[in-house]
Structures are given as C-alpha cells and as structure tokens.
Design a protein around this ligand. Structure first.
Ligand SMILES: Nc1nc2c(ncn2[C@@H]2O[C@H](COP(=O)(O)OP(=O)(O)OP(=O)(O)O)[C@@H](O)[C@H]2O)c(=O)[nH]1
Ligand SMILES: [Mg+2]
Length: 224
C-alpha cells in the first residue's frame, strides 16, 4: 500500500523534530523524501540513518522552493501522488495516512488536511485563518476550511494546473497558491479534518504576511 505515493518533508533547521517525525512516517511509508533547505543546524546528521531519499539545497529556497524540488523528483521517479507534511512535528502520521486513503477512495486530485482544532490556536492565528477562509469562499466560490494547510496530497498529473510561483518573502504561500490554482482550474478537491499541534513556539505568519496573502489570493484569482 502507498507504493505510488512519495511523502515529501521540506525541512529547515529541524534538528529537534525531524527524527521523531521520520520515526513515525518511515514505519508506514516506503518512499519518503526530505528536502533540506540548507539547514544551519544538525538536521542532516539527524536523518542520516533513515531509509529515505534526501535532497540538500545548497541555498535556502524557502518552503516553496523545497516543494518545487519535491515535485520535480516525484515526476522524474514517476510517483502518481505527492504528499507533503511539515518537519516540525505539527502534523501526525495518522492524519497523513487518512489523506492518502482518502485520495485513493475518492479518486480526487487534491486532498487538504484542515486543522479542525482552530480553537487551540492563539487568537491572532484563529482570527487570521477565519478571515482567509471567508475571503477565499467569497472570491473562489468554494468552501475550503484551511487553504494554506501544509498537510496535503495531490495527483502529480495536475502539475500544470497548480504551478505555483510564490518565492522570496512569500515562500510560505505555496500551499495557498496551490489551493487557489487548483480551484480555479476545477480540480477535484476534498478536505478532511486533522489535528495540528500549535503552541507559542511555532512562528506562523505575522500580520504583514497575512495581509500580503490576502492580496495574493485576490491577485491569483484575477491574473492566473
Ligand atoms: N521557516 C522556514 N521553514 C521551512 C523552510 N524550508 C522548509 N521549511 C519547512 O516548512 C515547514 C513549515 O514551516 P513553519 O515555519 O513551521 O511554518 P508553519 O507550519 O506554517 O507555521 P507554524 O504554525 O507557526 O509552525 C517546516 O517543516 C519547515 O522546516 C524555510 O526556508 N523557512
Ligand atoms: Mg510549523
């Protein structure tokens, strides 16, 4: 099972979390790729004994760049599906399994794991997520609960439909851009609830990035 799925984990300075994440994921998935984004800590050392694919960026290309690398690798190795999960321990392997099963069952093109425990997020993040969700529904005429969730899986054949450009300071926006492009191009999308750990130690977007994302959501709707 899951032999046609590549699980990609973009990682940047995750020495504290990456071993635990890989411990769980490698038990359930045969093909796991870590894209190290030129980490300055011991991330690489922590993963050297795991049976995974590893690509190391010589320069930091942002999360978006790591996702591009993963997609290129998945296409070259002919994986039908590409799943993403974060390296910081916020996503659970059980939820990864759920989105993978769902894409098999529903024959969807994109499955997004949405954080159902928004209540656990701090007030700033909760309000930000709700505003984004409302704006998205209004502009794209589709109800999705968590457009920028990092836990997702898609069929690699939709590559040209979801092609994302977020780089530089908005390198966090790739997930949201993929979602917007997929909706605009009528991809078959489903979503399922997931747990997502959140605490003060997690950085998240600041208010300026949040406002920037709002503008980008409008821009993608009009110009893509
Ligand atoms: N910050 C950052 N993260 C990267 C980069 N490249 C890959 N990542 C990984 O991208 C994932 C998500 O990054 P986070 O900074 O946790 O962003 P987030 O999960 O949206 O925000 P939080 O909820 O605050 O954790 C993590 O697994 C990072 O290791 C990068 O260049 N910068
Ligand atoms: Mg995180």
């Amino acid at each position: 099972m899951f032999d046609d799925i590549l699980v990609a984990i973009p990682a940047y300075n995750e020495q504290k979390n990456i071993s635990e994440v890989l411990n769980e994921v490698c038990k359930k998935f045969k093909y796991v790729l870590v894209v190290d984004n030129n980490s300055e800590d011991q991330t690489i050392k922590k993963i050297e004994n795991f049976p995974i694919f590893l690509i190391k960026h010589k320069y930091n290309l942002g999360k978006s760049g790591s996702m591009k690398t993963a997609l290129q690798f998945a296409k070259i190795r002919k994986f039908k599906y590409l799943a993403f999960m974060d390296a910081d321990g916020q996503h659970k392997t059980n939820d990864l399994i759920k989105i993978c099963k769902k894409i098999y069952d529903e024959n969807s093109e994109l499955i997004i794991g949405y954080r159902k425990n928004l209540i656990d997020l701090n007030l700033k993040k909760r309000i930000g997520t709700i505003i984004l969700q409302r704006l998205f529904s209004l502009v794209y005429k589709k109800k999705l609960f968590d457009i920028q969730s990092g836990l997702r899986i898609f069929d690699t054949s939709i590559e040209s439909k979801i092609n994302w450009h977020s780089t530089g300071i908005n390198h966090y926006f790739a997930d949201a851009e993929i979602t917007c492009n997929a909706v605009k191009n009528n991809c078959k999308i489903d979503q399922i609830p997931i747990e997502a750990l959140s605490s003060e130690k997690y950085k998240g977007m600041n208010i300026v990035q949040g406002l920037y994302l709002v503008l980008m959501i409008l821009y993608w709707r009009v110009f893509r």
